[in-house]
Each structure stands twice: as C-alpha cells, then as structure tokens.
Design a binder for this molecule. Structure first.
Ligand code: PBG
Length: 323
C-alpha cells in the first residue's frame, strides 16, 4: 500500500478553505499615504505612479471623505512644500503644508488616525534627510530639527509621529521632544528598519525629494544585511518606539518575520512606491491580474508578520474587501 498524506482534503471547497485560512487581510490593516502640495486646485497624477495624486489643501476634504467612506481608518501625510532651504525650515514651521493638512484632515474627520511622516528631505534644498556640512550629513544637529518637526506636527493634531530619516537617536530625540512639549501620549511609529532602496524612485517623483548629490547610503541600510535590522529595531525599542516599520516590504519579507519574532511590538510593512509602480505598470499592460496580484502581495506581507501595511493600493483594497 502506497502511504502518503492527503493535503488536498482541506482544500476541497471554498468554505473549507476559508475555515483553515491562516492569514486574513482587513481594512483596519491599511494605512493610506497622501501627498499634499502647496497651492490651489491641484490634483497632479504622479507620472510614475498612475492612480496616485499630489493634491492641494482645498481638495483634501473630498479625498478624506472618499477614504473614510471606504472604511480606511488611517492615513500617513507627506508634504510637498513650495519653499525649501538648507535646514528644512518648512518642515517644522507651524504653517507648514503638513501641519495645515493635518489640521484640515482632523476637521473633516476627527476619528481618522493621522500619521505624520517626520523627515527633512522634502523640505531641504539639497534633498537629504539631515543637516549638511561640507557634503557630510550630520547626525546630532539633525536630531533637534526632527524633534521640532514632530512637536509641530503633534501640535497640529497628528495622532502618530512616523520618523523616516534614519539618523541615529531619532526616536530618543523625538520622544524627549514630545514628552517635554506635553505629548507623552502620542506614539512613535519608527521607520526602524529602512533600507537604501531603488524601490523609492517613484516616491521621489511624487514628493520631490531626490537627493541633489550622492545617495542615502550613509544613513539608510544596506539591502544585503539582516542582522543589522535587529540592531536597528532594538535601539528604537529601547529609545521608546511604539511601532516598528520595515521598508520596503516585498524584497524584505524575511526581515519582517525576523522583526516580528524578536520584538513584541506591532510591525508595519511599507509597501513602497516602486512596488506599487511595478504592479500598476504590468496590470495597465494587461500582463497580470491587478486585483489578484495585489491581494496576494498584501496577504504575503501579513503572513510574514506585518500587523499593518502602508500601501498606495489601500483605497482599491478597501473597495475589494467590501465586495
Ligand atoms: C522620506 C521618505 C521616503 C519614502 C518615505 N519617506 C523616501 C526616501 O527615503 O528616499 C519612500 C516611500 C516610497 O517609496 O513609497 N525619507
């Protein structure tokens, strides 16, 4: 008698498959990125990200209503400012584009969880995430500016601060800044593990944040490293992070699992711009089934250990999940 296991028994019907399904994607898992641009009546589609727009403050209300009606509970805000200087002043001034956008969003929907991306690269004329001296990106002088940015975002009404700039000590500096300003209850969603990735290319079109010289390799991580992700996550936890982001997601599912297994904190996968553009490009050409591919990809991020996913597909996925 031939002896073997019959795994297909549990796959024989749709209902049975749904009963043994290990990973389920829900609307509450989704965080939708929004690009706000200074000016009026602006709705610019990002050429390398079909379906993603830079929008001006006056069109934000409509966008927030759409997002809310779809059942999305959280957005992350990125600013595209008019004015840039060498120290990124528009990132931390009280009337900055991000601060204004946060206020507006909270006015439209108080309940929506508003996450502020806290970085300088969109706001500096050199496009780097920190202060520069003779071509070197300085760590410690940047920390003070990040803390200032975070406090101004919290003052505007941000529910969560998400620092993405990869200077050492940014969580400690921001935690201290928030606490001293009376925001002890505002959580930090740290971009704890952020690789220096070619998959950010389309985002830099969307946010006008490409570095004007060099690259980000002295602060963002080397894609070849796994153990380093544990050191990065560990220091952020010790410094007071409440969530840990791994970014990008698709090429780093092993790292998501590693972080999930080693730290008892919510893990967030950032399904970045290049990952979006690849799927969009292929599906617009009719080469893949967009809906099926997106659902499979996001499910794989959850299976890898992500609790939440920042994704430009959030609106589509929320729609599909309701059908
Ligand atoms: C800012 C920032 C970047 C992204 C999010 N925040 C760009 C970068 O580090 O160059 C990328 C997001 C994406 O590609 O979707 N530091």
């Amino acid at each position: 008698m031939l002896e073997f296991k019959r795994h297909r028994r549990l796959r024989s019907s749709a209902n049975l498959r749904s009963m043994v399904r290990e990973t389920v994607l829900q609307k509450e898992d989704l965080i939708y990125p929004i690009f706000v641009k200074e000016g009026e009546n602006i709705k610019n589609e990002v050429p390398s990200m079909p379906g993603v727009f830079q929008i001006s403050l006056d069109l934000l209300e409509e966008e927030i209503k759409t997002v809310t009606d779809l059942g999305i509970v959280s957005v992350i805000v990125f600013g595209v400012p008019k004015d840039k200087d060498d120290v990124g002043t528009s990132a931390y001034c009280d009337h900055g584009i991000v601060q204004q956008a946060i206020q507006k969003i909270k006015m439209v929907n108080e309940e929506l969880v508003v996450i502020a991306d806290t970085c300088l690269c969109q706001f500096t004329n050199h496009g780097h995430c920190g202060v520069i001296e003779e071509g070197v990106i300085l760590n410690d002088p940047t920390l003070e500016l990040l803390a200032k940015t975070a406090v101004s975002q919290a003052k505007a009404g941000a529910d969560i601060i998400a620092p993405s700039n990869m200077m050492d000590g940014f969580v400690a500096a921001i935690r201290q800044g928030l606490d001293e300003a009376g925001f002890a209850n505002i959580p930090i969603m740290s971009y704890a593990v952020k690789y220096s990735s070619a998959f950010y290319g389309p985002f830099r079109d969307a946010a006008h944040s490409a570095p004007s010289f060099g690259d980000r390799k002295t602060y963002q991580m080397d894609p070849a490293n796994r153990l380093e992700s544990l050191r990065e996550a560990e220091s952020d936890v010790l410094e007071g992070a409440d969530f840990l982001i791994v970014k990008p997601a698709l090429s780093y599912l092993d790292v998501i699992r590693e972080v999930k297994d080693n730290f008892a904190y919510p893990v967030v996968a950032y399904n970045v711009s290049g990952e979006y553009s690849m799927i969009k490009g292929a599906s617009l050409n009719g080469w893949i089934d967009e809906r099926a591919v997106v659902m499979e990809k996001l499910t794989s991020m959850k299976r890898a250990g992500a609790d939440l996913i920042i994704t430009y597909f959030a609106k589509d996925v929320a729609k599909w999940l309701s059908e």
